[in-house]
Design a protein around this ligand. Structure first.
Ligand SMILES: *Cc1c(COP(=O)(O)O)cnc(C)c1O
Length: 395
């Protein structure tokens, strides 16, 4: 093993921003139009075209750009009419954004356990948690692997429950050969946060086929402003006129951010290919270590590889926390996805949650760490991480 002590720190995540993105941002700045405008509209149209793919039916999709996925999840539940007295089911093994948006609307959250093989929401646990108050389910495509959407969709349809996919990790991910964003759910929300598979700094995209949901989300994205509400029988709408139809939010994406998104989206397939190569290399290098490598999709489906999450087996000589410290000492950044929601004071205390009720998430959490995985990594970086892991695990 080579001496790694003099190597620079390898961060956990880094965005890949190219000259085209930079030129487009500069163009936005020079244009004088820096907030939501032509570049945002182009980004939305490009996103719908991306989802439509070879079918070319981009008009089937409404893509609404927002300033975060959290905003998109909030808009989605709001458009579905979720409110006080309602319940929204999601996985405990996620970021708090998946759940907190239901609380914004005064609805309650029911957290359920994961399938220990996929680390995505367990469809049986989802079904068992349904009550007459349940209005929506928010599956998360954990790490970039699709949740079991055929089963989740079937259960939801049987009980009249709406489906909002938290696809923050899932661009591009396929499920049964179809891109996430084109499945049969009501709404899908993507994140373009700095560490996601493509980035606009902060940003997101809400996608739906439902024209009514799209119209409501569009209005609520910007202060509840509706320009179509003007009485068309009296006159043409003057350019200065608008009507406020609801107490809306301030969730619009800027053209500066959309400028990044336009070019990131063009590269997102290539990004996935590179992430896949890095994940494959990790799998190969870690094969003889006491770790469980990430689950693979069935039937040739696409994994977006937002995260590469390993779990220590019981025969590992060192615990998770000590391992992260050892890697950090070797100049390697790691993370944990996630501290399950049932362990956070707000969720635990509000709903009286106990770890015993989420055995699979709890067990995975105690043994898991996320290794660096991003397109700017070299193969040598992966070898370095694997070498350091091996050294730490040998004690
Ligand atoms: C990143 C993330 C979000 C929130 O995305 P933002 O764009 O930062 O609001 C939501 N859910 C999951 C699972 C995430 O990883």
């Amino acid at each position: 093993m080579s001496d790694t002590s003099s190597l620079p720190f390898l961060p956990f995540a880094l965005p890949e921003i190219g000259e085209e993105e930079i030129a487009e941002v500069v163009d936005a700045l020079r244009s004088g139009w820096v907030t939501t405008g032509p570049k945002t509209r182009r980004f939305e149209a490009d996103f719908s075209a991306f989802l439509a793919g070879e079918s070319g039916h981009a008009q089937e999709f409404h893509s609404i750009a927002i300033n975060s996925a959290t905003a998109g999840l909030h808009l989605a539940l709001e458009a579905l009419g979720i409110g006080p007295g309602d319940e929204v089911i999601t996985t405990t093994h996620t970021f708090t954004a998946s759940a907190e948006v239901a609380r914004y609307l005064g609805a309650d959250v029911k957290l359920v356990d994961i399938d220990p093989a996929t680390l995505c929401i367990d469809p049986a646990a989802f079904e068992a948690a349904i009550t007459p108050r349940t209005k929506a389910v928010v599956p998360v495509h954990y790490a970039g692997l699709a949740a079991d959407m055929p089963r989740i969709g079937a259960i939801a349809r049987r009980h009249g429950i709406r489906v909002v996919e938290d696809a923050a990790h899932a661009l591009p991910t396929t499920c049964g050969g179809r891109l996430v964003g084109t499945l049969d759910s009501d709404v899908t929300v993507f994140s373009f946060y700095a560490n996601k598979t493509m980035t606009t700094g902060e940003g997101g995209m809400l996608v739906t086929r439902d024209a009514a949901i799209a119209a409501r989300a569009q209005v609520m994205r910007l202060h509840g402003i509706n320009r179509d509400a003007f009485d068309r029988f009296t006159a043409k709408v003057p350019s200065w006129y608008y009507e406020i139809v609801a107490p809306g939010f301030k969730y619009n994406l800027t053209d500066i951010a959309a400028a990044l998104g336009i070019h990131q989206l063009r590269r997102v397939r290539d990004f996935q290919v590179r992430r896949q190569q890095l994940a494959d290399l990790y799998d190969r290098l870690l094969a003889d270590l006491p770790v469980i490598c990430p689950p693979r999709p069935a039937g040739g489906d696409l994994h977006a590889w937002h995260l590469y999450v390993i779990r220590l087996t019981d025969d590992a000589a060192i615990g998770r926390d000590a391992l992260i410290e050892a890697l950090y000492a070797a100049g390697i950044g790691c993370s944990v996805h996630y501290i399950p929601l049932h362990l956070h004071p707000y969720w635990r205390e509000r709903y009286g949650l106990r770890s015993e009720d989420f055995p699979h998430s709890q067990r995975a959490y105690e043994r898991m760490l996320s290794l660096p995985l991003y397109t700017r990594m070299t193969d040598a970086d992966v070898f370095r991480v694997a070498d350091s892991l091996r050294a730490a695990l040998r004690g």
